[in-house]
Design a protein around this ligand. Sequence first.
Ligand code: NAD
Length: 296
Amino acid sequence: MAKLTIGFIGLGNMGGPMAANLVNAGHTVRVFDLNKAAVSELEAKGAMAASDAAECAIGVDIFISMLPASKHVKSLYLGETGLINLLDSKTLVIDCSTIDAESARQVGIELAQKGIDFVDAPVSGGVAGATAGTLTFIVGGEHRHFEKAKLALVDMGKNIFHAGDIGAGQVAKICNNMLLSILMAGTSEALQMGINNGLDPKVLSDIMTASSGRNWTLELYNPCPGVMETAPASNDYKPGFMVDLMAKDLGLAMEAAQQSNSSTPMGSMAKNLYTMLQHQGAGSDDFSAIFKLFSK
Ligand code: NAD
């Protein structure tokens, strides 16, 4: 595969290991983050440290951002001080952050007006997937841009989907996360009811995993402490994927539901449960900590 010059901004829990995988694949990777320690860590792994966003972005083949939320993405690219005024028209921009579809479309349209190509490519798979290079990428944008994006995404992920036009990646991502939150809440509720009725949660989990209640949370991410050694629940709910980020994604899901006049009673209930969990001070816990809302 051709080796590229790639700019990467946002070296947090996800972006750090993703950028490291690009370095390991042999690309020339320029990195920047507001957190200097994160930049130094990547430099030690073979990346080139940029002193600001502009130095990271100018003249690269592909530019990737992995930032917390919409406001960070919009302020990086748009406006008088945005990268929109500096990026080269040969550069493909890939935003991997989870943000609302409308913001992704706005960034895409404004960049296109300057002749700069853009795809949204939110991810699924968490920190473990980012580290192992096995993320799922859900891409929105033109087909030819999707094909170019794959040149970099293959070195960070295992499954790469083209969901549709710009913004479609974000829509698919929040549909998935809304369902995941519902499954996590329902699994927690069922496990605790079993415990309250005298069942061993490990035995009950084995039974439901082999029955029609089977789902990803039961199989790989059991929310009950002690059932699955490798799950965050057995490590004091250390993330993983934080309650705060799940609550953010459910907020995006509710916005999308409202805009499209969709009925999402289960998603709305999950959003309320995750907001309650935040109010109880569990925002930095793993999202499987929703189990605590049901336990006695
Ligand atoms: P994080 O908070 O760990 O990392 C974000 C990084 O962006 C930080 O290092 C921060 O310093 C940097 N940053 C913010 N604004 C910046 C700017 N203007 N210039 C340069 N750097 C800037 O977040 P994360 O867990 O890596 O998540 C990133 C995105 O991925 C979020 O949108 C999140 O919803 C999504 N996501 C996270 C997970 C997960 O398991 N953590 C899974 C899937 C998707």
